[in-house]
Design a binder for this molecule. Structure first.
Ligand code: HPA
Length: 268
């Protein structure tokens, strides 16, 4: 708790009264979204007290404060994954800090594997719900100042934001898929048997992030919008590697950017 407040205080010392309305987490290969931000300041994770530091290739480690269409945003270029060896508290630390800075919405994005056999590589999936197969980040003493011991996870992915995204996508001719994101530890990709298992339990996509951040955001009642870029399809015979994941992420990232920007313009 003290660490969260200290990190937030440090950032406030730099940004002054520039309180971000939107927090955005940029997933693997999606860091270029930051080019859309009219930047005010960029702060490296390593300079922020108590912030973990990102280790994955293709993940930059900084917080970017600025505006999009005049709205104040803070974007995380690079996130923390459980498979890197961080605790779940470290993985979700930045979300706590962004909430402390006053964000009214959290947008999360990721690269993920398609479980749903009607999905194609490069599809965008609106996350409508999740299945958590990672340790729960709320395990441990509850920080009652942030939220309840047993937070409700209905409407985890805000239905009104999803409806708005749907109408924006129609206007901009962007094809959207909708589905359930299964969050796993990684770092190994899934076997075919595991892919079949994820399908059987109701999953449409699988990835190694997002769920912890969303649980923590919902613990604090921050509305969430989540989007997966499908970078490989696990039940087909194509095999993706990390480079593939990054390449596919980039292309679909441009469509995702349009959607995020329009949402930012239109959300009250
Ligand atoms: N599985 C888990 N995480 C992923 C995948 C996958 O197939 N693709 C991109 N991230």
């Amino acid at each position: 708790m003290e660490n969260i407040l200290e990190a937030a205080d440090y950032l406030r010392g730099i940004i002054g009264d520039f309180a971000p309305e939107f927090g955005i987490i940029l997933g693997t290969g999606l860091g270029d979204f930051a080019d859309n931000i009219d930047k005010r300041c960029t702060i490296e994770y390593k300079d922020i007290p108590h912030f973990p530091v990102s280790t994955v290739e293709g993940h930059k480690g900084c917080l970017i404060f600025g505006t999009i269409a005049g709205r104040r945003v803070v974007a995380m270029q690079g996130r923390f994954h459980y498979y890197e060896g961080y605790t779940m508290q470290q993985v979700t630390f930045p979300v706590r800090v962004m909430a402390q800075l006053g964000i009214a919405y959290l947008f999360v994005s990721n690269a993920s594997g398609g479980v749903n056999t009607s999905f194609r590589v490069g599809d965008l999936m609106v996350i409508t719900d999740h299945v958590n197969l990672l340790p729960n980040p709320l395990i441990g003493p509850n920080m009652a100042k942030f939220g309840p011991r047993f937070p409700d996870m209905h409407n985890c992915y805000d239905k009104s934001i999803i409806a708005l995204a749907t109408s924006i996508a129609e206007q901009h001719n962007i094809k959207l898929q909708y589905g359930v994101y299964v969050g796993t530890t990684g770092p190994s990709f899934e076997t075919q048997a595991e892919y079949r298992y994820f399908k059987a339990i109701g999953g449409d996509a699988v990835g190694m992030s997002t769920v912890p951040e969303v649980i923590v955001a919902r613990h604090m009642s921050v509305p969430v919008f989540g989007m997966s870029v499908i970078t490989n399809c696990g039940l087909s015979d194509e095999i993706g590697d990390h480079e593939d994941v990054q390449r596919q992420g980039k292309k679909a990232g441009q469509r995702m950017a349009t959607l995020f920007i329009e949402l930012i313009k239109q959300l009250e």
